[in-house]
Design a protein around this ligand. Structure first.
Ligand SMILES: C[S@@+](CC[C@H](N)C(=O)[O-])C[C@H]1O[C@@H](n2cnc3c(N)ncnc32)[C@H](O)[C@@H]1O
Length: 509
């Protein structure tokens, strides 16, 4: 079948006018040779066009990254490689790193890439598998579950062995009388007794399987998916909220329809066999692992999570379950990267820790008390000491402080939290500036917010902060957000994230 390229791609001058869908799977999986020169020329042409549009209008170039990359059959992304090994809130649109990594404009082919808010490792994965410029990639991330997912997503362990171990774990969980349950008083609120017990047996079987650290981490990720699927948490809401039927006050058909779906889902969860669910998840993930191994065949690139906090970039060896050996941590060297591609929290919009709390407890990544402590360490936290919510601390940036003043008139605590966010981002941006080489580039993906009904243009404020630290904005792009990794409607006063802003910031010499 012959498919015409979308209009945007042709406008941007990409060579190929036609692509063959039959070749798509093979090139995407790296089985077909690619003309590296041609790909990087096309990436440069797309970027040149964006730069010239930006020079004409510095308010930002409106574009769809998906369409920009649609001429590249090898870059077609859906359930491919290990991208969907585990869900994660607010994942980065994959076509953004694909474009910036398929050129030597920002980093030479021998450079390594850094993502300081690595989340579930979209950037790290795309960096190591890039068919034109495969590069080592490093990440820091504060959420231990995200660190575990990131590690598993980018580690090409033997799929046959993983498959064998998944079978063994399932058998062992069926026959054991042991179980490992998290010490969490509200577990019964989220799981039925039957499901809870079987999950406990699976946890025991994984923790006691005779295997290496990497394969156990893979099994833990599969187990994490299972605990999420079988909880009573509403799958449409990022933070755990128990699935329940609403009382139809005025007999509205939408409420009735939703209630019918909720009943169906609850019945499905109650009749599930957790060990079979785990086994199916593991099978699907082994298949993804095979795709990862195939993409990495002949490549020596590696990804590594080296630290936790973007506000203080440290390099420490990571052991099992995403834990660091802090005693061996040392600061990431000054001027050691040419390119950082990253996406910080969009203000206080997402609850990364709360939305992954149940999984962290099941996996033994953190206790309930540690989860609370982690929430306080997040950039964009809403959990902080009462004393920090009594007066707004100025950020030193006039437009930001004026906005904080407006927010504080409606809600003082909210204004204080926004101030903490921008001050934390200032610290993180200074750190990124420190570890970038002279002339290095920071590609930052961020969304705007609303607080108490007021628009908070994060993309503009981040630029102000970055420029004060020594960066210069050289490109600004906006791409409309489709529903992606639960980046959907939040509570009413927080509004919707409508666009992803991609700002390209250059460090001075
Ligand atoms: C927008 S998400 C990144 C998503 C990622 N690009 C992906 O595709 O999965 C922002 C991430 O920043 C992390 N984060 C929040 N505070 C942090 C901090 N102080 N240091 C490092 N990471 C932090 C969150 O846990 C979350 O994973």
């Amino acid at each position: 079948m012959v498919v015409k390229l979308p209009q945007t791609t042709r406008l941007l001058g990409v060579d190929h006018e036609e692509v063959f869908i039959g070749l798509l799977q093979k090139t995407a999986l790296g089985e077909m040779p690619l003309d590296a020169d041609n790909v990087s020329k096309q990436a440069n042409r797309i970027l040149d066009s964006l730069y010239s549009q930006y020079r004409a209008n510095t308010a930002g170039v409106s574009v769809s990254f998906r369409e920009l990359c649609s001429g590249w059959t090898w870059a077609k992304r859906s359930d491919i490689y290990t991208h969907l090994i585990h869900s994660y809130p607010a994942k980065m649109l994959v076509y953004i790193p694909i474009l910036f990594l398929s050129t030597e404009k920002y980093a030479s082919r021998d450079d390594s890439i850094l993502d300081v808010f690595a989340g579930s490792a979209t950037v790290l994965l795309e960096s190591i598998i890039n068919p034109v410029f495969p590069r080592d990639a490093y990440g820091t991330e504060i959420n231990p579950l995200a660190r575990l997912i990131a590690k598993v997503k980018t580690t090409p362990i033997d799929p046959d062995n993983a498959e064998r171990l998944a079978i063994q774990v399932a058998q062992s969980a069926r026959s054991t009388s042991e179980e490992t349950l998290p010490a969490y008083s509200k577990l019964d609120y989220w799981y039925s007794e039957k499901i809870k017990q079987k999950l406990g047996k699976l946890a025991w079987a994984i923790n006691n399987a005779e295997t290496d650290v990497d394969t156990r981490d893979f099994l833990l990720v599969c187990f994490s998916v299972t605990t999420k699927k079988l909880s009573y948490a509403d799958p449409d809401i990022p933070v755990p909220v128990r699935l329940k039927c609403k009382t139809p006050t005025d007999g509205r058909p939408s409420v009735e329809r939703r209630n019918a779906l909720v009943k169906q889902l609850l019945a499905k969860i109650d009749s599930s066999d957790p060990i079979s669910v785990f086994f199916n998840v593991a099978n699907a993930n082994v298949h993804r692992l095979r795709m990862l191994c195939s993409a990495l065949k002949g490549k020596t690139t590696k990804a590594k999570i080296i630290g936790a906090d973007a506000r203080s970039l440290l390099d420490a060896p990571m052991g099992s379950k995403g834990h660091f050996d802090q005693t061996r941590a040392k600061p990431v060297q000054d001027k050691s990267f040419s390119l950082i591609v990253t996406s910080p929290p969009y203000g206080t919009a997402q609850k990364y820790i709360r939305s992954t709390r149940l999984e962290m407890l099941w996996l033994g990544l953190a206790t309930d008390t540690q989860v609370r402590a982690l929430e306080r360490q997040m950039v964009g936290t809403e959990v902080t000491a009462e004393s920090s919510l009594k007066a707004v601390v100025a950020t030193g940036f006039q437009p930001i402080d004026e906005k904080l003043e407006q927010i504080s008139m409606k809600n003082l605590s909210k204004a204080c939290l926004e101030s903490i966010y921008f001050r934390d981002m200032t610290t993180a941006i200074k750190e990124m500036h420190r570890v970038l080489r002279p002339n290095g580039t920071l590609v930052m993906v961020i969304g705007d917010n609303t607080a108490c009904g007021l628009t908070v243009p994060n993309h503009y404020y981040i630029r102000l902060i970055a420029e004060s630290v020594g960066f210069r904005e050289e490109l600004l792009i906006k791409d409309p957000v489709r529903s992606r990794g639960m980046m959907t409607k939040r509570h009413e006063t927080a509004g919707m994230v409508e666009d992803d802003w991609v700002t390209v910031l250059r460090k001075g010499n």
